[in-house]
Design a protein around this ligand. Structure first.
Ligand SMILES: NC(=O)c1ccc[n+]([C@@H]2O[C@H](COP(=O)([O-])OP(=O)(O)OC[C@H]3O[C@@H](n4cnc5c(N)ncnc54)[C@H](OP(=O)(O)O)[C@@H]3O)[C@@H](O)[C@H]2O)c1
Length: 329
């Protein structure tokens, strides 16, 4: 089968190549999925770039196939798998225990059956793939960790990215009033997704303004967390959720740690967001998409052969919504 194999850590277009590799076999409890689409997410650019270098001590590069999000059809079942049949359309993830080395940037992948759900008929494979990590993270943030609802004001920083475009729509659908922060080119995009107000971060610093929010989902952490807290209403919740789409991974991790410490010190209600897979969470996202309440925003769809460019686009941190890779018919 064709797969995108990593040779070493470095710039995506220099270290990823499309080649033929053996098709994997499903073991007990696993499913072989013929992929129809996947998407590119934060773990992918981190695992490919290998920055910061300390990461390279724990993650293998040579021969790795990256990619976490699964959208495709069941090709074969491993021993003991029930509930799925060959030919079923499924969505799910390979994320869960570190960076995948036999991931979804390929024509086929093997994943645990308990990390798959049936794909609703009303969703195409590209939209399904776009909805997995981004959709689950956004859902965890604004529907679970903070249950957005009518009468609440929520600010989404990084509203035009993969997670942000889902978060704006999910919070709005739940009845909250959404303020979306993004770059000047994306103001119309986020307004179209239901944001009541759109703030251009190149012109306005939301942490310095008079407005106060019941929750702030921070997908960028481009402001010191201490300053972000100023924009919280009394009893408001801060959801720091970025390990480095501005300022690099080390800076992102340090700011995340700083935000957590502010919470531990009682300065504010600071809650972490774990967008990991649960069948209930992915089903909730898929149902929102299938019903039309939420529309996955796709920056661009790349064929599998152009995966290096797709990962480079993610690494630019400038994608509008989600980056999708398709494997053809
Ligand atoms: N908790 C979890 O389980 C989980 C899972 C996945 C991801 N994440 C985190 O979620 C975050 C967002 O992920 P994503 O896929 O949405 O990333 P993304 O698509 O790269 O985020 C892009 C967004 O970041 C904004 N941005 C980039 N650089 C900026 C800067 N210097 N200043 C202000 N805004 C800037 C962009 O604004 P414009 O392009 O409009 O300028 C855009 O809104 C990541 O940092 C990641 O660490 C968490």
């Amino acid at each position: 089968m064709k797969a995108v194999v990593q040779d070493r850590f470095g710039p995506p277009e220099q270290v990823l190549r499309v080649t033929d590799v053996d098709r994997p076999e499903p073991g007990p409890g696993e499913v072989l999925v013929r992929l129809r689409a996947t998407s590119v997410n934060t773990p992918d650019w981190i695992a490919v770039a290998g920055v910061p270098y300390v990461l390279r001590l724990s993650a293998r590069a040579k021969g790795a196939v990256r990619g976490t999000d699964v959208a495709g059809t069941v090709e074969a079942l491993g021993a003991g798998v029930s509930g799925f049949a060959v030919g079923d359309a499924v969505i799910g993830t390979k994320w869960g225990s570190g960076f995948p080395t036999a991931g979804t940037f390929a024509e086929y992948t093997v994943t645990r059956a308990d990390r798959l759900i049936p794909k609703p008929e009303g969703i195409g494979f590209a939209d399904a793939a776009a909805s997995v990590m981004s959709g689950m993270t956004a859902h965890a943030a604004v529907a679970e960790v903070f249950a957005a609802g009518p009468g609440q004001r929520i600010l989404v920083n990084g509203a035009s990215g993969g997670v942000g475009t889902f978060a704006v729509q999910i919070a709005r659908h739940r009845g909250a009033e959404v303020t979306a922060v993004c770059g000047p080119a994306n103001l119309d995009l986020v307004r179209g997704l239901g944001a009541a107000r759109a703030i251009d971060y190149t012109a306005t610093d939301f942490t310095a303004g008079p407005d106060r929010y019941d929750a702030i989902l921070d997908n960028v952490l481009n402001h010191p967390p201490r300053r972000v807290l100023r924009a919280l209403a009394s009893g408001g919740v801060y959801l720091p959720n970025s390990i480095g789409n501005s300022g690099g991974l080390l800076a992102g991790l340090a700011k995340m740690a700083g935000a957590t410490l502010l919470g531990a010190a009682g300065r504010a209600d600071v809650r972490s967001v774990d967008g990991g897979f649960t069948p209930e969470r992915l089903t909730a996202v898929a149902d929102l998409v299938a019903s039309g309440a939420v529309r996955p925003v796709i920056d661009r769809t790349y064929p599998l052969e152009e995966t290096p460019a797709a990962v480079a686009r993610m690494y630019s941190h400038r994608a509008r919504g989600n980056i999708v890779i398709t494997m053809g018919e």
